[in-house]
Design a protein around this ligand. Sequence first.
Ligand code: ADP
Ligand code: MG
Length: 706
Amino acid sequence: MHLNTSVSELKGVGEKTVKLLDKLNIHTVGDLIYDLPRGFMDIKEPIEPTREDVGRLISVKGHIVKGSVHVIKKGRVMIFAKVRISHSEVVVSEDKADVISLIYFNAPYMKKTLEAIEDERIFYGMLSDARGLTLSQPAIFTTDAYSDMLKVMQPVYGLTKGISNNQLRKLIRTAFDNTILPGEYLKDEELAAFDMPHIQSALLSLHFPLDIAEHKRARRRVAFHEFLTFFLETHEDEAYIDRPFNEPMIPVADTVRFIEALPYKLTSAQLRTWEEIEADMTSGICMNRMVQGDVGSGKTIVAFLALLLNAANSHQGVMMAPTEVLATQHYENLCTLADKYKLCIRPCLLIGAVTGRKRTEVYEGIKNGEYNVIIGTQAVITDKVIYKDLTLAVTDEQHRFGVKQRQALALKNLSDEPVHGEHKGEAGGGMHVLVMSATPIPRSLAMTLYAGVKLSVIDELPAGRKKILNCVVDKSYRPTAYRFMEKEIASGHQVYVICPMIDESEGLDVENVIDYTALLKEKLPPSIRIDYLHGRMKLAQKTSLMDAFAAGDIDILVSTTVIEVGIDVPNATVMLIENADRFGLAALHQIRGRVGRGDAQSYCIFINTGDSEESKARLDVVGKSNDGFFIASEDLRLRGPGEITGIRQSGEFGFKFASIYDDYSILEGVKDFADMLYKAGNTDRLREIGACIDEFGFSAVDFRSI
Ligand code: ADP
Ligand code: MG
């Protein structure tokens, strides 16, 4: 089998499993192998717990107390049982519990399972003091199975209802056992220089390491691979540095008039950025610029100005956004502005939801030039779209796209009719490229990643905007938070709630959108309108929910991080982030940026469910600062190496496995390595590496969360 063999070819994978895997976006054997664990179970010897252990993942050894298993029904089914702990010493000291409770939610079948247990077992789960010392939803092991588990680290995967962690782990194991992975392309001395294992064993170690050290080395190899892929792909960009632009554009009065007519004054950082863009576009050289600005700094309007200048010069421009919801919002926004200020802009929207006759009409209008600003998702880079005279490509939230998509957009000005096998657009014309990023990264890092790209930084928020007030609290604060949300809603505002998961999943004790919505409906008065949103919903549904929220028809929107990207609803003033310790600091800052966009005071509540000093220290960074650049630099400083039991969200800048922060030293090493290959002009080696990298099929960006 190969990486792109369908999962259905694997032994034991029937139609039902294929459907379940499909939900997890796993279609091929390679998808299984690249489905990295979200963390590892922190498995230790069983203990005799005391109150001190509350909030920790622990295991206890003992017997189910006969007759103690019963069902409690209150809203959702709850199974309750007691365990008599096996003590290692004859004399039980007073603070050590003799009996602890177990609870299971929504798992009626657990009644029979628990009743059937006679022998000693090991119960592994989070200790709380809900009903005396209580283990929530513990996993149950025989003593033999448990001692086997102690020997190796146990991966924990993202799951969906119907597939267990154990099943998925076994499937991944089977995938490895039956697949011929592409070979190692680095030389032994190169691997040694970076202290890395062979790539094939690295992939295996990411799932099944013996210890943390092995996992760490494996991560290095995979990060190296991903960065190298990135540098090889972007190297072509450098060929385009200072490419001439056929006919320099001329500055127009429309942009000046527009800036003056706006109901607000542009900040000086916005003005400076706009001037830099205008200078690029009127220079006769192709623009290649990145605008970095913190969430809410007002990047959109600057992009609109560029599109306006381009349109006034009688050209076409396109703006690509990572989600349909965001594209739709930009489109509606631009239509309103074009109308109100009589701009020479004729926009159209191109997203998956535009279908049938309307889609044909949009394609036609793009081709014949009727539309001069096209706003859409990746749909704008498909072959079906034929532009008439595209000269400006804007990518919003560029860190959500991969190199390939960004480049595809930048090359989209090729004319429809190839002339002598060559696209005539390439010879003449030229393309201005503008990418917008809300992930502030230190300048030096940006320079390493994007050679030849000029940088504008919007380092100022619009005046009069109130600072978001933050608090980092533990879960005991939840009732207070709910009362606070109620109060804000009563005064006409709206609330976002973010959970890490979509629905319940085993092994990880974290909040999910579905159950949390039900919980809030139970805890809050029925007059409060609560709804939810997540990435697995159909777009039409997502859009109508976002529209309803924007229109004020929903008071509380519970969501996964789908909502992270660029949405603008100024009336929302409260952001509650559940299991905040599960997210990276950059992601938390992005999520928080959904509030604080209007005149009213906004609040962000980070619920810390981690139990380490370290998670508290990390959350305090976002708790004390609203400054994205400061957070990014603290993030870099605080990320100690080797921490893997916690969940670290990678996925910054379209990297699926590597993190530009965690793996910064590797990033620099890879950059030097790639430069060296090019300088040495070793084309055979480059070709060989390129071919291997293609086989791994690694460069696809992970859109599953969007
Ligand atoms: P982001 O940089 O996160 O993309 P947006 O472009 O969505 O930010 O802008 C956030 C909000 O601020 C929008 O509602 C926008 O209309 C508003 N805005 C942008 N520039 C200014 C300004 N100079 N003064 C006041 N409000 C502004
Ligand atoms: Mg934006």
